[in-house]
Design a protein around this ligand. Structure first.
Ligand code: AHR
Length: 328
């Protein structure tokens, strides 16, 4: 809307040998629209799909937006390419869900040089210069993990040994680092808690199923498993399948499964008693991102950090009504 790619600049790009790109955002039929380039991680989990749907439902033409949506298929280099494409297109705002925390300085600097505000959503970036982004809207992943650990401390209050299998999310993503830190701090507080292994489930059901199945197959005898700490619901789905195939029972009297997200499918397994703690992670961030963009349009300065409120659920708290009303 605000920026107009001049004919001369476009011609210069072509003469410089740049490949043909989609038209500049300001070339769209209705130039009153605010153009937003969204750079999504991928579609690795139910949470992610709900997050993308929330963005697409918010940034519609009826609401006054021209949306450019890129799915990076869980690769940071695809996210770099998408951001550079948005810069060439001269979008008004870039919304970035960064796959990992590190490596963002250069591309965020490029966005700043092009005067395009970047709004971070969901995960964080680890950059020295915090002014490289306008705001971050998402979850406090460490706090989510701490709430899960407080619950586990109540469940295992004495000094008896507790063996924990840890299924990690995409390494170096904020959701992984925050939830892992909370577990590691709890392990330090409880010398009777042992971590059997940390396996990388990459936030997906298929990978988690594979790594847990292979881990169990490699053990000389079936290990004692008290707790499995899965860093998202899709990991819990794959893990539960692998555990049950190996003869374990999940739930009270068996393996205590902790999971994050509290998607409808996760909550349903919680209601069935297979997941004993669901820590919510809210993906419905589209309206909050829109509020941020409208505030920037009005010239306001945004807080550097905006965390969303989240709840936790145990089986007795998951009612049929809650499941029916769950939006994701
Ligand atoms: O960054 C949020 C996490 O990423 C969610 O817990 C997970 O499901 C997603 O893939």
């Amino acid at each position: 809307m605000k920026r107009v790619l001049s004919f001369l600049a476009a011609a210069a790009l072509l003469l410089a040998g740049c490949r043909a790109e989609p038209p500049a955002a300001s070339d769209s039929a209705d130039s009153d629209l605010i153009s937003v380039g969204i750079c999504q991680v991928g579609a690795e989990s139910d949470w992610r799909v709900a997050n993308s749907e929330s963005m697409k439902a918010t940034f519609t033409e009826e609401n006054g937006y021209q949306l450019y949506f890129e799915d990076a298929q869980q690769k940071q280099e695809n996210q770099f390419r998408a951001i550079r494409r948005f810069i060439q297109q001269q979008v008004d705002y870039i919304v970035l869900m960064p796959i990992t925390e590190t490596g963002w300085e250069s591309v965020l600097q490029e966005a700043r040089e092009a005067n395009i505000p970047v709004i971070l959503v969901d995960r964080m970036v680890d950059v020295e210069d915090e002014t490289l982004y306008a705001t971050h809207i998402g979850s406090d992943f460490t706090r989510e993990g701490e709430i899960a650990m407080e619950w586990l401390e109540k469940k295992y209050p004495d000094e008896t040994p507790v063996s924990i299998l840890h299924i990690q999310g995409t390494m170096d993503s904020s959701a992984q680092t925050g939830r892992t830190v909370a577990l590691e701090q709890a392990l330090q507080r409880h010398p009777n808690w042992t971590r059997l292994a940390s396996l990388n489930g990459d936030f997906t059901q298929a990978k988690s199923y594979e790594v847990v199945r292979d881990f169990l197959a490699q053990q000389p005898t079936p290990p004692t498993l008290d707790v499995v700490y899965c860093e998202n619901d899709n990991e819990a789905f794959g893990t539960i399948q692998a555990l049950e195939e190996a003869g374990y029972t999940c739930g009270e009297g068996g393996v205590t499964v902790i999971s994050f997200d509290a998607t409808r499918n996760g909550l349903s397994l919680c209601q069935q008693g297979k997941i004993l703690l669901e820590m919510e992670c809210n993906p419905l961030l589209g309206p909050l991102v829109e509020e941020a963009i409208q505030a920037l349009e009005s010239g306001e300065t945004l807080p550097r950090q905006q965390y969303v409120g989240e709840a936790s659920f145990t089986p007795e708290q998951v009612t049929d009504t809650l499941l029916e009303q769950r939006a994701y």
